[in-house]
Write a protein that binds this ligand. Structure first.
Ligand SMILES: [Zn+2]
Ligand SMILES: [Zn+2]
Length: 310
């Protein structure tokens, strides 16, 4: 599973930072969180095909988070996409998309759904679960909590072989959690050949928000918290005025929630470097980092971060 930070800028795109978009890549599928202007270019630069996107979650309707949608949908139509796509977002997202499609005469031939979200849960059995939490912003906005399903324990082929269990139906039954009896009459429990279930990663995407104690509760023990860090402490008053967070405030949420790692995004274009943001956040929560556009974070099944690359 990989997290692609496609765009980490906030408000106005700059030469160094594109508008917000984060792609979660797993088993050949992509979940996209926010779709700022130019997202399809960033997908291309990352080597990700838009055809692999199955769900898009829009945090709110400020332009920097949605203006990439019309172009992306137009491209999907031109590429003659056939796979279904669902876009989730706050009230108004339907009208925004439908108006754009109508005025640009874009016909989507694939199975396409728009779902306006409320506080609550969206469930996707067998894959993942996403919970929507109202964010503290100056227009209706949501944070999203993505919980991937647990990963089955590792099947130890060598142990199975030693116990005289051939590949085929007996191994399958063990993987389904049943005790089996081998041809030699030996009873074998699943735990004798299968490791413990590994907890699925939890990724929390704050969207634009002032520090939200409810998010800290929801993000408990998350694998990764991707949080608004529009300002550094020097502009704390601005963060308060425009209902955003500083890097330090994001770190306080991360620390309270005891997450594993914190990514600081939605950095205002007024800052040339991320240095101050990272420094201020790490004083509170050491596992904080500010990704660059196109950075990729790889999560392995045991939920450890392996690599950060450009
Ligand atoms: Zn924004
Ligand atoms: Zn906003």
């Amino acid at each position: 599973m990989k997290v692609y930070f496609l765009g980490v800028g906030g408000g106005i795109p700059s030469q160094n930072r594109a508008s917000p978009a984060t792609a979660i890549y797993f088993r050949g599928k992509i979940l996209l969180f926010d779709c700022g202007e130019g997202t399809q270019i960033q997908l291309k630069r990352s080597g990700l095909s838009p055809q692999r996107i199955i769900d898009i979650f829009i945090s709110h309707l400020h332009g920097d988070h949605v203006l990439g949608l019309p172009g992306l949908l137009s491209t999907m139509a031109m590429l003659q996409r056939t796979k279904p796509l669902t876009i989730y977002g706050p009230p108004g997202i339907r009208s925004f998309i439908e108006t754009n499609l109508e005025l640009t005469h874009t016909q989507l031939e694939f199975d396409f759904a728009i779902k306006e979200v409320e506080k609550g849960t969206i469930t996707h059995p067998n894959q993942y679960r996403v919970e929507c939490l109202p964010a503290l912003h100056n227009i209706p906005a949501f944070s999203y909590i993505l919980r991937m399903t647990d990963i089955p324990g590792k099947f130890y082929v060598s142990k199975a072989r030693r116990l005289g269990i051939p590949s085929g139906p007996l191994r399958k039954r063990l993987q389904q959690g049943h005790t089996i009896t081998t041809a030699g009459g030996k009873r074998v429990k699943p735990s004798e050949v299968i490791g413990p279930i590994r907890k699925g990663p939890i990724i929390v995407y704050s969207g634009d928000t002032a520090p939200n104690p409810k998010l800290a509760t929801k993000a408990k023990n998350a694998t990764l918290l991707i949080h608004d860090a529009t300002f550094s402490e020097g502009h704390k008053d601005k963060a308060k005025e425009f209902l955003h967070s500083t890097a330090a405030q994001a770190a306080q949420i991360a620390s309270k929630a005891k997450v594993e790692q914190l990514a600081l995004i939605h950095i205002s274009p007024r800052y040339v470097s991320f240095e101050t943001h990272e420094k201020e956040a790490r004083e509170i929560f050491p596992n904080a980092f500010a990704p660059n556009d196109l950075d990729v974070l790889e999560l392995n099944p045991s939920r450890k971060f392996l690599a950060r690359s450009c």
